[in-house]
Design a protein around this ligand. Sequence first.
Ligand SMILES: [Zn+2]
Length: 123
Amino acid sequence: MHEWSFARKLLQQATGICHANGARHCLEVRVQIGPLSGIEATLLESAFEQLASDHELAPTRLVIERTPLVVRCRDCAAESELSDFDFYCRLCGGRAVQVVAGDQLQLVSVTVDDAALMIKGTT
Ligand SMILES: [Zn+2]
């Protein structure tokens, strides 16, 4: 159950960001999840919801954006967006590809009151 520890981590990060900006409540925490992150979005959502419900920042909503799986070809250097887990270059058909996006869980922004605080953090 990675999801619980990630949900806890996200809340901790959001709390730190809110405190640093003098905000008492966090309205929205936005994250991006890649298909290779090993995180089940629905499990993360429910874990976050339970942890956030009696948290000092409440009410807080978790918004999950799903990011595409992108690979780069070692032969022709083209980047392909994969819609399935079939790892090959869509341009030249080469199998020597490297994952460049889609394996991360990333905190994108935290919204306090009406302001979205843009951040770049990786959990
Ligand atoms: Zn290629």
